[in-house]
Design a protein around this ligand. Structure first.
Ligand code: IVH
Length: 668
């Protein structure tokens, strides 16, 4: 092909792919199969790599993943999902209440509720069974995230007592503080970027394609509205209480999560109470919602274009205080990442004493133009760690601008900052104490090797006494050596040795996670272990082999290459292998051979299992997983949202279509 031909071929592919993207995403009517789409995309990718001068910024290859399956089915809401009008001013709440009183000349009861700061969800129950869960979307249409919502423990799957036969309940899904902190701690340990706040994290989690990830993240939900009840209640409050009888976890009147009031004084009291008390809640709220209780009165008041007239939200202002910046210190993480921390003159903020605030990185310090002893504004928003949002320049006392350190505060090695990265790093992996210790602590942690009887303090002591330099040394510790340690009795020493022995049975994926390779968190380690099956294959994998694996991108591939290039790392892996740790996956036991000789293709989205789980089940029952429908395919397990093209191919070839349930019956 000459240059002109290449260019016209690239243009043709771009147009064609854009056309199919539009059919798939916007019109929900794909004309070609996922496989065919991928082939076109790969063709374009190849040409763009060979002839980068013809690649356009807006090429379909630039879309994240270009992965057609990364999507939930769009469905229409049976009742539009409206939003609330809101205000930060108490006066406007009073005005609203006056307007209500004027337009309805009856006694009015209000219901005050917490305004949960999360993601709205509408959940439909048919015959007492959770049948669909839909996100807010644009209010008219949302995304079907049923499988993910089913993992939330506080949402019942099956109702009890005299539930209505077909109705919808709405609420807010959120991530509790404790869970958010835990998740970020894990991310920090894996050297991954931290999540900004619980709300965005909850929202991202809910749209995860892997419902196992959702289940692990332990989202929670409070329910605040019911639609389509057969036996109408007097009002909102009564409906919510009724829902409790059917098995829902509802906001409780006992701890003032929900409260009835007949007056503006009662409303204000509720607002003032929670403006203080919200700091002690284990999750975020961003305000209070006030609703007219009676459904009859709600109907009379009606709606504006966007929101009901019978409800209003009062939003809290984020609490902010000024205090002095006393100094900046620098923490070194397990991965060598340097985090600057502002040490503040202690100050009360939202019910707690604040002494420190994260400064994230050098750019943040630069952006704030921080000087020593500056009076800084500290805010506590959705984030748990307070942040510095500004500097009171009129009060500047010192000319000493905060200069980011150049050497590691722990080992004095010069710091580096990679191009395009915000964080500074200490590259002295092998001798920088917090990095060495951090790696070992990560290795023994619960989700990695989970070594019974060995904790952070013991690692600290062993390291300080020069008894261990890396994790492989743990395995040559003797009973007598351990007994010499302070506070280590015979029983604990035995326990520890047993724990080390038992760790040899920990599966490969967790050993891989335990090595603490940058960006290789729990999920990535799992994907890598599944894809390569053993350490040698992973170590020999080419860049292209790596990024071919689902969820593995450039960043992770480079990090792995970097890790395996280091002879110290290779030596460590070698020693751990000799010790007997698992460096290959153990093939799951065969469950049955009912599918022997059969080829099954999995397509669409499912209710009970994820696609990966279905594939595993096929293999464990003796079958083979096919990647696309062909004349060799025996069964097509058809889920929701499967492309019509695939269906057509299957019916043309006479392939038997089975549902998820039929498949389960087949193998059980
Ligand atoms: S009632 C027709 N009650 O705030 C209004 N909403 O902008 C239905 N929210 O989308 C909403 N807590 O996601 C209601 N106790 C509560 C709420 C609440 C949080 C969210 C909800 C809604 C947004 C309103």
């Amino acid at each position: 092909m000459n240059a002109a031909q290449v260019k016209s071929e690239i243009d043709r592919l771009v147009n064609e792919l854009n056309h199919h993207n539009q059919l798939y995403y916007v019109q929900n009517q794909p004309e070609i199969s996922d496989f065919e789409f991928d082939q076109l995309l790969k063709k374009l990718e190849k040409l763009e790599i060979e002839f980068p001068e013809f690649a356009s910024e807006n090429s379909p290859t630039k879309r994240v993943g270009g992965d057609l399956t990364k999507k939930f089915q769009a469905v229409s809401h049976r009742y539009p999902m409206l939003s609330l009008s809101n205000t930060y001013s108490e006066e406007e709440i009073t005005d609203w209440e006056n307007r209500i009183k004027k337009s309805i000349d009856e006694e009015i009861e209000y219901v005050c509720e917490l305004k949960y700061d999360g993601v709205a969800i509408g959940i439909r129950y048919e015959n007492g069974q959770l049948s669909a869960a839909v996100t807010r979307g644009d209010g008219e249409k949302g995304e079907l995230v049923t499988t993910n919502v089913r993992t939330i423990r506080t949402i019942p799957l099956q109702l009890q007592n005299d539930f209505p036969l077909d109705f919808e309940i709405r609420g807010e899904i959120f991530m509790p503080h404790e869970q958010f902190a835990l998740l970020n701690q894990e991310r920090e340990e894996a050297g991954e970027a931290l999540y900004a706040n619980p709300r965005n994290t909850a929202s991202g989690t809910l749209k995860s394609l892997d419902s196992k990830v959702v289940a692990d993240r332990k989202l929670d939900c409070y329910l605040y509205g019911l639609y389509g009840l057969s036996e109408q209640q007097v009002g909102h409050f009564e409906s919510v209480l009724k829902a409790k009888e059917w098995g829902f976890r509802i906001p409780s009147p006992e701890n003032r999560f929900i409260e009835k009031s007949k007056s503006i004084e009662g409303i204000m009291d509720f607002i003032h109470y929670w403006d203080q008390a919200r700091n002690e809640l284990p999750f975020d709220i961003d305000g209070i919602v006030i609703k007219v209780n009676s459904y009859d009165q709600q109907r009379k008041l009606g709606f504006t274009a966007k929101s009901p007239r019978w409800a209003i939200a009062y939003k809290f202002k984020t609490s902010q205080v000024e205090t002095e910046l006393e100094s900046v210190s620098y923490q070194v993480g397990r991965t060598g990442a340097i985090t600057p921390v502002a040490n503040l003159k202690p100050v009360q903020l939202g019910g707690t004493t604040v002494k420190r605030a994260s400064l994230h990185n050098a750019d943040q310090i630069e952006k704030l133009n921080l000087h020593l002893h500056d009076l800084v504004q500290v805010e506590k928003g959705g984030e748990i760690i307070p942040k510095i949002v500004g500097v009171n320049l009129s009060q500047r006392k010192s000319m000493e601008k905060i200069a980011f350190i150049e050497n590691c505060p722990e080992c004095d090695h010069p710091l580096i900052r990679k191009e395009g990265e915000a964080q500074h790093y200490c590259p002295n992996e092998v001798a920088c104490p917090p990095q060495v210790k951090g790696k070992m602590i990560h290795f023994i942690s619960r989700k990695a090797l989970n070594i019974d009887g060995l904790g952070e303090e013991t690692i600290e002591v062993l390291y300080a006494k020069n008894m261990i330099k890396d994790v492989s040394d743990l395995y040559s510790l003797s009973f007598d050596q351990l007994l010499e340690l302070e506070r280590m009795g015979e029983k604990s020493a035995n326990n520890l040795l047993k724990g080390l022995e038992a760790s040899k049975n920990i599966p490969f994926e967790r050993v891989l996670f335990g090595l603490g390779i940058r960006f290789v968190g729990e999920t990535v380690a799992k994907k890598l272990a599944q894809a390569f099956e053993n350490m040698d294959a992973l170590m020999n994998a080419k860049y292209d082999d790596l990024i071919d694996v689902e969820e593995i991108g450039e960043k992770i591939a480079i990090s792995l290459h970097h890790y395996f290039q280091d002879s110290a790392n290779l030596a460590l892996i070698h020693r751990l292998k000799e010790i007997g740790l698992s460096f290959e996956i153990v093939k799951k036991e065969q469950a049955s051979s009912v599918l022997t000789g059969k080829i099954l293709v999995v397509s669409g989205t499912f209710e009970t299992f994820s696609r990966d789980e279905l594939k595993e089940l096929i293999e464990r029952n003796g079958g083979k997983v096919g990647s696309s429908v062909s004349s060799k395919t025996d069964f097509l397990i058809a889920g929701a949202n499967m492309g019509p093209a695939k269906l057509k191919t299957a019916s043309n070839l006479g392939v038997t279509l089975i549902s998820e349930n039929e498949f389960i019956k087949l193998i059980s």
